[in-house]
Design a protein. Structure first.
Length: 215
């Protein structure tokens, strides 16, 4: 066997050994965007403000980062729209929801998440899991940082709002959405079955709303 081949095998073996020995846990992010991004806050007065923004899934808040100081946007009753990375967020029920589709109907997404601490023991040998995090669960300002400690698992989820005939209607599954389009029941059922629409798939929900609007 040539010396280069032997050397290569030794290097590969060393890398494999180091990889196996490393901890598998990695820090996870609880923000929509991988980093704070330049965005614009449009006020109802017409004034605009630029800031580095990101949306926190746990707090369900729009967070601004000014030279390392992270704060949630306040005075939401004065905010019209927030624009970040070609995405639009508006205030509804004192929280930000994202505008996904705008035409005769408007589809909005309320982004959130659940968390699980796989490293924190609970009663009877289980692990700690909470449906909605509170600031006291983490030390200091951890909830505002981009990454959470190792051992925390994030389970993102989306709730939808549909604006139809001037009314905002909430739905958490396709069955509830079908009731909103009761006059198009056959079209709805046929499309969902043929296209295998999934509630968890944001694009498939958008395509469904677009189809129902034009048929």
């Amino acid at each position: 066997m040539k010396m280069k081949t032997i050397l290569l095998l030794v290097i590969v073996s060393a890398i494999s050994f180091c990889t196996i020995g490393q901890p598998k846990g990695v820090a996870v992010s609880h923000y929509i965007f991988p980093a704070f991004m330049k965005g614009t806050v449009l006020m109802k007065t017409g004034l605009t403000n630029e800031a580095m923004l990101n949306y926190n899934l746990i707090l369900e808040e729009m967070i601004s980062d000014t030279k390392g100081t992270k704060l949630a946007l306040n005075q939401l009753d004065l905010v019209d729209t927030v624009f970040v990375a070609d995405r639009k967020f508006v205030v509804f029920n004192k929280k930000f929801i994202e505008l996904l589709y705008h035409s005769t109907y408007e589809l909005y997404a309320a982004h959130k998440c659940k968390i699980k601490d796989s490293g924190k023991p609970a009663a009877y040998g289980g692990t700690s899991q909470i449906s909605s995090a509170h600031s006291f669960y983490f030390e200091g300002e951890q909830l505002y940082e981009l990454a959470l400690p190792v051992g925390i698992e994030i389970f993102p989820s989306t709730d939808y709002w549909l604006k139809k005939d001037g009314k905002m209607m909430y739905f958490i599954n396709l069955r509830q959405l079908s009731k909103v389009f009761s006059t198009k029941e056959e079209i709805f059922t046929s499309y969902v079955k043929k296209n295998e629409v999934k509630y968890e798939n944001e694009k498939s929900i958008i395509d469904l709303i677009r189809y129902l609007e034009t048929n």
